[in-house]
Ligand binder design. Structure first.
Ligand code: PA5
Length: 434
């Protein structure tokens, strides 16, 4: 049984309006299935959950994760963009919000996603006296940020453990054939995981890219895959009328045509902060091209109701919101009674904090919809490994459909190269002339 349903009743677009687009949706659906059979197309994620689950490599992920848990206090996850955000999204959603209270044996620290020396020095300090391993992730194997981080932290690892033991503590996730990282891994005989050719970075969380760090952090990856497989099945229906994933894709395009230029992914559960970051990258890099695309932004409530809330309510009418509603909390807090009631909160005594949070959500949706901000509500039964798996697949598929409807290629990111070329010229990298 699925744990997801989407409420479009407040999106401002009537059902008969969006269902008119059923033919084009069916065409794209068929095209995606055809492309997924071609290893040169980036549609390998489409049936990946059911294909990859329990494969030989999947089992190797679990074995390596167990080893990391047994010998490492910290796993350094080195990667950027699609080679990092998915793992972080899942890990932060499912572990304690307070780092020091987290009971997992192996803590995950992310590096190689920026070029800040201060950040690197902070991580070096945090590693002091701790046992650690490294999982370096890069599909191209040539991305500068993770390559520099790997050079720095590999040296630290080798100095601490010696060459041989360091080698046993390095896990490389990269292309099966190409790239400097692949070459390095082969030369040094590091344990290596392959990113399938036909799965692009931002669609790769359910490959070793995401699964190894997630498993090493102590999360049951079988549950994630179970959820993803449920979504793979549920959203395989080509009929727009029956497929909420495709309805979401169509509606966000209709809102875009209607003048909305920003989609805010929002939540009242701060643990999904990095899930929103992952979603921003997924849609931003997939759709923002050829002068088109909704700008994907995010907000966490109630925190941001005290900052962005004012703009959303009364600023330029250029956004709609997609809200992630986790229906049942994993734990709750009861508000106590205070005889003096000096803080005037006794009207809430005996109520659960989740109840107050829910009322805040209902009040927010009403205010925003009344203020001209259409709302799409994604109801998720609970925040669990299984539902995170369901959500990942839901958004991947919605993103591919949405970008195809927008007539842009969801699977490339030509714009990302521009800053790199400029940076390489400025750094005088061989082969790059000013
Ligand atoms: O989604 C993408 O393809 C990108 O965000 C990449 O993941 C990111 O640029 C990192 O690339 P690589 O894995 O090649 O280091």
């Amino acid at each position: 049984m699925s744990n997801l349903n989407v409420d479009f009743s407040k999106c401002g677009i009537e059902k008969n309006e969006y269902l008119k687009h059923f033919e084009v949706v069916e065409d794209v659906h068929i095209e995606l299935i055809e492309k997924s059979k071609d290893s040169n197309e980036f549609v390998g994620w489409l049936d990946l959950p059911s294909k990859y689950f329990n494969s030989t490599e999947y089992k190797k992920i679990k074995e390596c994760a167990n080893k990391i848990q047994s010998d490492s206090d910290i796993l350094l996850v080195i990667g950027i963009g699609g080679s990092y955000l998915g793992a972080r999204a899942v890990i932060e959603a499912l572990h304690s919000s307070v780092y020091s209270a987290d009971k997992s044996k192996t803590k995950i620290i992310y590096v190689g996603n920026n070029l800040s020396p201060e950040y690197v020095n902070d991580v070096v300090q945090a590693l002091g006296g701790k046992d650690f391993s490294i999982n370096v992730i890069s599909k191209s194997g040539t991305t500068t940020e993770p390559a520099i981080a790997f050079r720095i932290f590999r040296e630290l690892l080798e100095n601490k453990y010696g060459l041989n033991e360091a080698r046993e503590r390095i896990y490389v996730t990269t292309d099966g054939e190409k790239g400097a990282l692949k070459h390095l891994a082969k030369t040094e005989k590091y344990q290596t995981f392959v990113i399938p050719d036909n799965v692009g970075g931002r669609f790769s969380v359910l490959t070793p890219v995401g699964l190894l760090p997630i498993a090493a952090s102590g999360i049951d990856i079988d549950e994630i895959m179970k959820g993803a497989i449920a979504s793979e099945k549920k959203y395989s229906d080509k009929s727009l009328e029956n497929n909420e994933c495709y309805q979401y894709a169509v509606i966000r395009n209709l809102l875009y045509e209607d003048g909305k230029s920003i989609e805010m992914l929002e939540t009242f559960e701060p643990k999904v902060h990095f899930f929103i970051e992952w979603w921003k990258q997924l849609f931003g890099e997939s759709e923002g091209k050829d002068g088109k695309g909704l700008f994907p932004a995010g907000a966490e409530f109630t925190t941001d109701l005290h900052s962005l809330g004012q703009y959303i309510q009364e600023g330029q009418r250029l956004m709609f919101e997609t809200m992630l509603n986790f229906e049942e909390p994993n734990s709750d807090v009861t508000i106590g009674m205070d005889e003096d009631d000096l803080d005037k909160l006794n009207y809430l005594a005996g109520k659960q904090l989740s109840y107050v949070n829910k009322k805040a959500m209902e009040g927010t949706i009403k205010a925003h919809v009344d203020g001209g901000v259409p709302n799409i509500l994604i109801n998720v039964k609970q925040l669990t490994a299984e539902t995170i798996g369901e959500l990942i697949y839901f958004f991947e598929k919605a993103c591919a459909m949405s970008a195809e409807l927008l007539e842009v290629n969801p699977f490339n990111q030509p714009g990302v190269e521009k800053y790199k070329t400029n940076m390489f010229e400025l750094l005088e990298k061989p082969g790059y002339k000013k």
